[in-house]
Design a protein around this ligand. Structure first.
Ligand code: AMP
Length: 333
């Protein structure tokens, strides 16, 4: 992912100018809308108490079909961060380093996660949040700066003056909000090949025979949320996502980590949304149109023969939309 400094050169062609005008309209839109605006009229919010056992939290996730949840410390009545699949992966890493401690790991509660993450030198749990009245643009910048893929909206109760978690907004929800409401997305006409966007070199990949634990190590080492699965000719077959780890370790069966990617993928829930591919000749206008119509977390870029070429994730798209052609240190509004 490109850094947070301003990106490429000044616009040269009519196409460049059209593209930049489209991007500026989107940024203008994000500056006048708040995170509240993104929320649907009715929604559910599942929060987990930090006193819950890690293994019990896995069941809650699976039963409710969710992959992250804000944490609540009921002793102090405070928001305590956001648990995501990356935290479960950290528990797996801890187990991998301390296999003799399985009985102890089974007794871990969610409030032990910061200690576990510190012990293995992993990225700590996400604790950023934003007030729902702040501009969406600011929520996006915060996510990009901290590399978070979602951000909890935390308000302060007028009477008790205590924090109140309102909801969590994801990169997908923000991009879909843009795709539905901003018609200048049709101005994003430059093909991906001409943009400084996505990752093409040094891709982490695996095959159906790769042990799941090796893929988990790749997710951690590169701080990514998926690994494309390819065959010996480089043809894309599937992807293994960080969220797939939740189903692999459900019930606390950490020994299942020796299974292959192929076996792990058979455990996927039946409502798996599938994989979205695109080509280097697609442009962001069509990419956003796909986001408008379906729940997408990333696009895998393939050539006409289906061979893997690159990865375009929602973080890549959001970074580009926010920063392309901007001045490096543009302050937050
Ligand atoms: P993500 O966390 O999936 O949004 O990805 C973070 C950054 O890593 C983005 O710039 C992606 O393009 C890049 N990325 C995602 N998956 C891979 C992969 N399998 N190998 C290398 N880079 C990747």
């Amino acid at each position: 992912m490109p850094g947070l400094a301003g990106l490429s050169e000044p616009p040269r062609t009519a196409e460049d100018k059209e593209q930049l005008a489209g991007l500026r309209q989107i940024r203008g839109f994000l500056k006048v809308r708040t995170s509240y605006d993104v929320l649907p009229i009715s929604y559910r919010l599942i929060m987990l108490d930090t006193a819950l056992l890690v293994k019990a939290s896995l069941n809650v996730m699976i039963q409710n079909g969710i992959v992250s949840a804000p944490l609540w410390d009921s002793r102090t009545s405070t928001f305590a961060g956001l648990i995501t699949s990356h935290d479960y992966i950290n528990v797996v890493q801890y187990y991998w380093q301390n296999p003799g401690a399985l009985a102890q790991i089974d007794q871990f509660r969610l409030d032990a996660l910061p200690e576990i993450e510190k012990a293995i030198g992993a990225e700590p749990m996400e604790t950023i949040s934003i007030h729902p009245d702040r501009p969406l643009y600011e929520a996006c910048r915060r996510m990009l700066e901290s590399r978070a893929r979602r951000i909890p909206l935390v308000d302060i109760d007028d009477q008790t003056k205590r924090a109140m978690v309102v909801s969590v907004i994801t990169q997908y929800r923000i991009l879909k909000f843009i795709a539905v409401n901003v018609n200048s997305t049709y101005q994003l006409i430059k093909p991906l090949k001409m943009l400084n966007i996505g990752t093409f070199g040094d891709l982490a990949t695996a095959t159906m025979d790769t042990p799941v634990i090796d893929v988990i190590h790749m997710l951690v080492k590169k701080n990514i949320s998926s690994v494309p699965i390819i065959d010996k000719n480089g043809i894309l077959l599937n992807i293994f996502e960080a969220v797939d780890v939740i189903t692999v370790i459900k019930g606390g069966i950490y020994d299942d980590l020796q299974i292959t990617v192929g076996e792990a993928l058979l455990k996927r829930p039946e409502d798996f949304a599938g994989i979205h591919t695109c080509s280097i000749w697609d442009h962001l206008g069509t990419i956003l149109d796909t986001i408008r119509k379906s729940r997408v977390h990333r696009f895998i870029i393939v050539d006409p023969k289906g061979r893997l070429q690159g990865v375009l994730t929602l973080s890549d798209i959001l970074t580009y939309i926010l920063l392309e052609g901007e001045f490096p240190d543009e302050p937050l509004p």
